[in-house]
Design a protein around this ligand. Sequence first.
Ligand code: HSE
Length: 298
Amino acid sequence: KSLKIFAPATVANLSCGFDVLGCCLDTVGDEMIVSLTSDPGVKITKIEGADLPLETEKNVAGVAVQALLNVYNKDIGVTIEIYKKIKAGSGIGSSAASSAGAVWAVNHLLGNPFTAHELVTFAMEGEKLASGNAHADNVAPALLGGFTLVRSYDPLDVIKLNTPKDLMITVIHPQIEVKTSDSRSVIKNNVSLKKAIRQWGNVGGLIAGLYTEDYKLIGRSLEDVIIEPLRSILIPEFESVKQAAIAKGALGCGISGSGPSIFALSKGEETANNVADAIRSVYNQTGLDFEIHVSKIN
Ligand code: HSE
């Protein structure tokens, strides 16, 4: 039995929701072919588009599927082919696409013995291997779709949120690699109460805005006073991109995951495309290679 799947890119954090908020892009992602075999164990048989390890225990998809099989506890063989379109270190959930895609496909081939929430815990093992930290804010939206909130990590409590119907996302991916582990090392472990109050106000505002489809409230809430000021120095032209996006009508703009990608949310496709053009103009002046995606959130 074999299955070909689309493993979507995701944008984590969404400014105010470090490690808890994320959303799923419906046009950007990898392809994977996952098969069940009679030869027990997990084998990564092919990787195209990226220089990533084929050894199961060093590959995020391999580790995630192994975590699933450890619980399933039957002699199952799995082979995985990965066709990467999302580059590693891009900030749009490259490792999450592989781990979430692989466990989703294996679960489907087995007749869905696990819930989406259980799949999140398996896929998190891939994230732990990739960045040293088992965050779920990319794998949760990759598996559940739309916007998701990790309300709690211990015990894991993941909530799928509403997606306003006209919301679009524009993402620029400068073709430089920023390792999640490196961009986590610039963050401080302690937060002042003043900043925490502003941040959780924004998280609440963003979620209220998603449910009431209040685009202005979404825009006001896309603010990060804790992580962005520390990480933005790793991202070329971050402030200029943000200003250009807002000037063209974006609701808000911030770092996508751990960077270097930058995302902007907009109401409607026309604005999202105008924002893409404005960001493109900023980056054309840098001489850096980049890709821009405009996508629905689904
Ligand atoms: N929440 C994680 C971080 C996402 O910002 O480090 C990594 O893609």
